[in-house]
Design a binder for this molecule. Structure first.
Ligand code: SF4
Length: 424
């Protein structure tokens, strides 16, 4: 169960629970991690492989594009193969733009094979067709008992609504006008709220609607979600859309998600990172998990506290050990999980560079090592639950420490736990 109180005193915003397949979103559920494929959905084999990669990394929901007949026809086969291979718990989401109502009507088994349908109110047609297409889409979702995400996006905002709000603003006395930028943000929020109300009027239940107002600017996105959170109790899907590549994408997403999550806002998240060519798609899943774990909202993988090193660390031993331990924990985690090692995901390991902060951090971790800095006795004390248990030295130190980590995990989290130490 997710902690409802954060250390800074904020409480998680109350929201309605929406069931997406077997995954609960909102209510008392933890903040869910989701991701999106970048395969051609018509390629069943490739799409199934990537969904499995994302699910194996911990994505509880996976979305994929459905934009043409061949993709719509592939979805039942994708679903069947995933169920046959034991991935029935992963919620599948169809991402529709422009022609969702047509595809869902033409291929009735499409909706049945999905757990949620994403509709973008900015991409359902113009003029009279806008409302008719939106209504047709929502009615199909109702008939097939499927929840929807009303996914507003800054890059495809409903232009009719935006124009109306701009016109309304222009008719106000000049001192009361809020200006084009502010109107744009209000239109994002209104698009989500008005579309939600329209879906409710059509007969959709409150526990079938999730809202998002994704944008590519951190401050703008935070503004929209913060305001939206006060105006609705529908669950909110957070994401900085088109976050970009590398450091920019990671830091922008982290900043935006953290500012909101730390106020208790957000029921499911996606990091929309542009992957490096050849990089695994699942990186976005690990980043979402890291954001949630850094904020103490959920735990996925044991964490390593390591200092940055300085003039006191004259060799690369310390950096190598920090890297090796981090990789070792990631490699072992699936095994520990499959062996039912409960709680190991919240374990805290410290790898520190010298006596200045080393023993303090190492004692504070579940298991920690303080390597010798320059001029120190070449010995590395290891602490378990605050107590000095061994001093390592010599060329085998790195392997010795990893073996101690494995032994600690078995002792503390294994089926035959030898002891239960105080919770950290
Ligand atoms: S713990 Fe020691 S080596 Fe690490 S940054 Fe601090 S002073 Fe430098």
């Amino acid at each position: 169960m997710q902690k409802l109180e954060t250390l800074n005193g904020f409480t998680k915003r109350k929201s309605v629970e929406v069931k997406v397949g077997k995954v609960g979103i909102g209510g008392a559920n933890p903040v869910r991690v989701q991701s999106m494929t970048n395969t051609d959905t018509a390629d069943v084999k490739g799409t199934v492989a990537q969904i499995k990669e994302l699910a194996d990394a911990g994505s509880e929901l996976v979305r994929f594009t459905v934009e043409k007949d061949s993709m719509a026809q592939a979805v039942p086969a994708i679903r069947k193969q995933l169920v046959d291979e034991g991935y029935e718990d992963t919620a599948l989401i169809g991402d529709f733009h422009y022609n969702g109502h047509i595809l869902l009507t033409k291929f009735p088994s499409l909706a049945d094979s999905l757990d949620k349908l994403r509709i973008n109110p900015g991409n359902v047609g113009f003029g009279e067709k806008h409302d008719a297409n939106f209504d047709a889409f929502v009615k199909i979702a109702i008939d097939h008992h499927k929840p929807v995400r009303i996914g507003v996006n800054g890059g495809s905002l409903d232009q009719q609504l935006l124009k109306k709000l701009i016109d309304d603003d222009m008719t106000k006395p000049s001192l009361e006008q809020i200006g084009a930028n502010q109107v744009f943000l209000e239109a994002m929020i209104q698009s989500g709220l008005l579309s939600t109300q329209r879906a409710l009027d059509l007969g959709m239940r409150k526990d079938q609607i999730i809202i998002s107002t994704k944008m590519s600017g951190v401050q703008e996105m935070v503004y929209c979600y913060s305001k939206l959170a006060k105006l609705t109790d529908q669950p909110l899907h957070l994401g900085l859309t088109e976050a970009g590549m590398g450091d920019k994408g990671i830091i922008g997403s982290t900043a935006a998600l953290s500012l909101l999550l730390n106020q208790g806002i957000g029921d499911t998240i996606r990091v929309s990172l542009t992957p490096e060519p050849g990089a695994p798609r699942s990186r976005e899943v690990r980043l979402s998990q890291q954001v949630l774990q850094s904020l103490g909202l959920r735990f996925f993988l044991p964490q390593v506290t390591a200092c940055p090193g300085c003039g006191r660390t004259t060799s690369v031993t310390f950096q190598e050990l920090a890297k090796e331990v981090t990789e070792y924990l990631a490699m072992q985690m699936p095994k520990w999980k499959s062996q039912g090692y409960e709680g190991v995901e919240s374990m805290h390991v410290a790898v520190m560079g010298c006596i200045v902060n080393g023993p303090g951090e190492a004692k504070d971790a579940n298991i920690g090592i303080s390597l010798p800095g320059s001029g120190e006795n070449p010995a590395a004390p290891v602490f378990e639950d605050g107590k000095l248990v061994k001093t390592l030295q010599g060329p085998g130190m790195k392997n010795d420490f990893k073996q101690m980590v494995q032994a600690y995990v078995e002792k503390k989290y294994g089926k035959n736990k030898a002891f239960v130490s105080p919770a950290r």
